[in-house]
Design a protein around this ligand. Structure first.
Ligand SMILES: Nc1ncnc2c1ncn2[C@@H]1O[C@H](COP(=O)(O)OP(=O)(O)OP(=O)(O)O)[C@@H](O)[C@H]1O
Length: 264
């Protein structure tokens, strides 16, 4: 696996040309192998930004470049050879087995319509099943799995795509705390560049190298978690009273939140 360099310049988006701009121009640079967490209140534009990064939305202004190549200069297939996505929506292929679903990740690498699966495909699929510890579930149908197991299958499918950039939309949604920690641990261990939206700010601080804070379609801050997730920035962006404490003996920072209007 090779990690991508992601470079975003003056990127903005509106549903229609001349319509309301839902994402104001923003720029950032993510070095290969880094994990970026995108955080912000409901409706801040997290999913919109991710959709621009995986070439679902075409920018109104600006560019998304992966290893120096503008995504919109690539075919959809060539983009899918570089970028894989794990979305919140569960697929409807409930009757397919886990191995079938993971094999779908090879689609962008197949030659022509109905191109056959080679020995290398089989090797990559087994590797992805191994990494997500899915061998015992490989023959089960997706519909028979728990939400956490399904999430692992979707990550395995994304890895079978052999991307350089992996994008995840709220990968911890619907997972219990153990599975949340496991999925974030896994994300950290992958030798890829990763962009993920997350709601839990403490998990974000623990799992990400960089954080991008969005509010009403605008980038409020970008950088190290300790810098971006300050009490003031979090309080203002989420309209709460945020307090940061240092936990002992780990020395990790931990945010707690209160409704500000409870004190007035
Ligand atoms: N295609 C669209 N047409 C019109 N409005 C849209 C479109 N896509 C998103 N929006 C609006 O843009 C805003 C940002 O939506 P987005 O889904 O990116 O937010 P989010 O930060 O991911 O929210 P959440 O945390 O609730 O998932 C919302 O107000 C949403 O209704």
């Amino acid at each position: 696996m090779t990690a991508a360099h992601l470079s975003v310049t003056d990127l903005s988006w509106a549903p229609r040309r001349g319509g309301d701009t839902l994402l104001q121009p923003l720029s950032f640079d993510l070095a290969p192998g880094r994990v970026l967490g995108i955080v912000g209140p409901n409706g801040a534009g997290k999913t919109t930004l991710l959709r621009l990064l995986y070439r679902f939305h075409r920018p109104v202004t600006g560019t998304v470049a992966v290893d120096g190549v503008d995504l919109w200069s690539l075919s959809a297939k060539a983009a899918a050879q570089r970028i894989a996505v794990v979305l919140q929506e569960q697929p409807s292929d409930f009757a397919l087995t886990v191995r079938d679903i993971v094999a779908l990740g090879r689609t962008p690498h197949r030659q022509g319509f109905g191109g056959g699966a080679g020995a290398r495909d089989a090797e990559v699929i087994e590797g992805a099943l191994d990494r997500l510890d899915l061998h015992t579930l490989a023959g089960r149908t997706l519909g028979s799995l728990s939400g956490g197991e399904r999430q692992r299958v979707l990550v395995a499918r994304a890895l079978a795509q052999e991307p350089r950039l992996l994008i995840l939309d709220e990968p911890t949604n619907h997972l219990d705390i153990r599975h949340q920690l496991e999925i974030l641990d896994l994300i950290r261990s992958l030798p890829l560049t990763i962009v993920t939206s997350l709601h839990d700010l403490n998990l974000t601080a623990g799992a990400c190298d960089e954080v991008l804070l969005l509010r009403r379609g605008q980038m409020v801050a970008y950088g190290a978690p300790s810098h971006v997730l300050s009490e003031d920035a979090v309080s203002e962006t989420f309209r709460v009273l945020a307090r940061r404490e240092r936990l002992m003996p780990s020395h990790a920072d931990h945010l707690t939140f209160h409704l500000s209007d409870q004190r007035t």
